[in-house]
Design a protein around this ligand. Structure first.
Ligand code: DGY
Length: 321
């Protein structure tokens, strides 16, 4: 490497083929541990770096950017970028990039896995078999509810919401999208768009596909949960704080809704204790995009963005210009 070789901090281990690609044009400082890089350590290690490849759970605020006063690009290996102070980055001339599109299919698949797990009680059934609680086939054991003829309500009609909706007709479901101003993307067609209130009142499955921002934080709260059908379930594969977990625990206690499927949580990896003990709640550990294919592609795109920006070319998927 020559003196002018740019340096890049990578906060988590990425596939070696992708790191090799980065190493062809950059000096790489990799945090190889499986633990999070604490904020102080992140600030110390970002000093003198030209690029930063981070994850959705690294808090990249102005203090990181001040510590990394040579930074020219911050690439998150995620579609969501609520962990990055984009305004502060823009003010410092730092390009911020994300990894849209490539995780749409994987996240939509996990959404359906949760919908089916909750409505057909898959987690509960698995636990019954393993624990020996299954005493043999009986006619009315573990009855679930069927999707055919039911309504799927999608809150957030961006890429992932629409990909989830595209599968619904295969299950015989009707789909509606919420038309909350500032929350949805372009809904697929006008007749499928209803108000958030109507969606909550009429849907059998409510699935959240929203970015986290001040207008979506705790969008699902006591008031909105109380609007849902008692037989309905709530699915969240977007960001944990879109749901007020305390309110969700209350709604489940009060039997205001029938169940929930959650891949994301307000304070990961911590989960509201009352959700942990409920059979009608299916919990997965933020694995929406966790397929070998998708995670490899996400890492590859983040590296490409960094290499392009540091090489004087435009980023492929910038979020700030
Ligand atoms: C994302 O991409 O925003 C996911 O939550 C992390 O994989």
């Amino acid at each position: 490497m020559t003196k002018t070789t740019p340096t890049v901090l990578v906060t988590r281990r990425l596939p070696s083929a992708v790191l090799d690609q980065l190493a062809q044009s950059c000096a790489v400082d990799l945090h190889a541990g499986t633990d999070d890089l604490p904020h102080d350590a992140l600030c110390a290690r970002v000093h003198g770096k030209d690029g930063l490849i981070c994850m959705f759970n690294d808090r990249i605020d102005a203090s990181v950017m001040d510590a990394g006063d040579s930074l020219r690009v911050i690439a998150t290996v995620a579609v969501g970028f609520d962990n990055i102070d984009v305004e502060a980055a823009t003010a410092r001339g730092i390009v911020v990039t994300n990894t849209p599109d490539i995780l749409t299919g994987a996240t939509a698949e996990l959404t359906w896995a949760l919908i089916l797990s909750v409505t057909r009680r898959v987690g509960e059934a698995d636990r019954a078999v393993r624990s020996g609680a299954w005493a043999g086939w009986t006619f009315d054991f573990m009855l679930g509810s069927e999707l055919r003829g039911k309504q799927l309500g999608i809150v957030g009609a961006g890429r992932i919401g629409r990909a989830v909706g595209a599968v619904a007709s295969a299950f015989g479901m009707r789909t509606v999208f919420a038309a909350k101003p500032g929350v949805t993307g372009n809904a697929p067609s006008d007749e499928e768009v209803v108000s958030l209130d109507e969606l909550l009142l009429t849907s059998d499955v409510v699935s959240l596909h929203l970015p986290l921002n001040p207008s979506t934080r705790h969008l699902i709260n006591r008031r909105t949960l109380a609007r849902m059908k008692r037989s309905a379930c709530l699915i969240n594969t977007s960001r944990g704080p879109v749901v007020d977990e305390e309110a969700l625990a209350w709604a489940l206690d009060e039997r205001l809704i029938a169940g929930a499927g959650l891949d994301v949580f307000e304070d990961e990896p911590h989960v509201h204790p009352s959700l942990l003990t409920r059979e009608n709640v299916c919990l997965t550990p933020h694995i929406g995009s966790a397929t070998r294919e998708t995670r490899g592609a996400m890492a590859g795109l983040a590296v490409r963005n960094v290499v392009d920006v540091l090489g004087g070319r435009g980023a492929l998927t910038p979020v700030n210009g």
